[in-house]
Design a binder for this molecule. Structure first.
Ligand code: BGC
Length: 367
């Protein structure tokens, strides 16, 4: 059972507490929810942008470290340009020329990434104040966030009702369940944008992390990082992570796609198992701490991004900074620019249908 402890109290194992986290630019209070599971591992989430603010999990000796990048107060998230921990929508990843058509009508979005639209536009879901409700769950602590994205918001059609349920289980798994309905045909592609460093946030680069991605193909990009529409075999390329390989082993190779991304910034096609549930998309091991992260998802793709645009100028949690490649993201999603790529799995949501995806980030240790 989740309990709502009083603000400021030390989180007790098996509880969820709520505390003040600052204010939005127009003065509305922002909260931080601290979900502590039975073993004392802890996730904190703010209702501003629905962001995961911290995630404290044990190493092989049981020592907790915070393994995600973020900020100490709401103000950091108000100013953030990197999408630290955020819920990204209405459309995660890029839409070419900030434009798409549905049933013959063209919709124009803001160009917030060169000529393209990125992560929902100028004021995406990561800048919204979500409604929060603590839920009671048998297997852990749970928080429901909801948001109504109005018809025409950031150029997208339809009133979209979005609900995200975060569950932090007693087995150290963060389950994220997204659902949405609309009253007009629209496109939806939600994702979660945590930047992970399994040695601990602010502890250096992630090039020594061993990564496995269960993908035989990836979606190459053009110079503006727009998917070309091709599904390319990873075999024989630095994109082959089918066997665990250090993230840094090939990142600076003379490869056209790595050069375009400044490192990895690509969508991989998840090899899905036949049943309809979640498939293992990726597994990461940090050798010195022994921490392991597995990513399971119902989504067909995962964007692997190595924090190439981090520049060490932003002040993060506890005063640390985050230089280039100090974290990686594994953003489960439909493929980039799907609204303009008829061969990619569809991202269209029609009235009467329900968008529903589940992604689970499972933490454990290797001895
Ligand atoms: C994109 C990057 C982008 C980052 C932060 C990632 O999902 O793939 O290109 O820089 O988000 O905006």
């Amino acid at each position: 059972m989740s309990t709502l402890a009083s603000a400021g109290a030390t989180p007790q194992p098996g509880s969820t507490t709520k505390k003040p986290f600052g204010k939005t630019p127009d003065g509305q209070p922002v909260d931080l929810y601290v979900l502590t599971n039975k073993s004392g591992a802890e996730v904190s989430i703010t209702n501003f942008g629905g962001a995961v603010v911290s995630l404290k999990v044990p190493d092989r000796n049981g020592k907790l470290a915070d393994v995600v990048l973020g900020y100490d107060t709401a103000d950091g998230y108000v100013k953030d340009k990197s999408y630290f921990g955020a819920l990204v929508g209405r459309y995660g990843n890029r839409i070419a020329h900030a434009q798409f058509s549905l049933d013959g009508k063209t919709y124009t979005l803001a160009k917030n990434n060169g000529e393209n639209s990125l992560h929902g536009g100028l004021k995406g879901f990561n800048k919204a104040l979500w409604k929060a409700k603590i839920l009671s769950k048998k297997d852990g602590q749970s928080l429901e966030l909801s948001y109504l994205s109005k018809d025409g918001e950031e150029g997208f059609p339809g009133n979209l009702k979005v609900r995200v349920i975060y569950t932090w289980t007693d087995a150290n798994a963060l389950r994220i369940e997204d659902s949405a309905t609309t009253d007009k045909k629209t496109v939806v592609n939600l994702t979660s944008h945590s930047y992970f460093n399994l040695a601990g946030q602010g502890s250096g680069d992630i090039l020594g992390h061993q990564l496995m991605i269960q993908a035989d193909k990836f979606t190459p990009v053009d110079p503006s990082l727009i998917a070309t529409g091709e599904l390319r075999d990873v075999a024989g390329t630095p994109f082959d992570f089918r066997k665990p390989t250090a993230i840094g082993a090939r990142i600076d190779q003379d490869d056209e796609q790595l050069k375009l991304g400044g490192g990895y910034d690509h969508n991989f096609v998840v090899r899905r198992s036949a049943d309809a549930g979640e498939s293992l998309a990726a597994r990461v091991v940090e050798p010195t701490s022994g921490r392991v992260l597995e990513v399971w998802t119902t989504e067909p793709g995962v964007q692997f991004y190595t924090g190439n645009f981090l520049d060490g100028k932003t002040a993060g949690k506890g005063g640390v900074t985050y230089p280039r490649r100090n974290a990686f993201c594994l953003e489960t999603q439909h493929f980039p620019d799907s609204p303009n790529q008829p061969k990619f799995p569809s991202v269209v949501l029609a009235p009467g249908a329900r968008y529903h995806t589940i992604t689970t980030y499972k933490f454990s240790v290797e001895k």
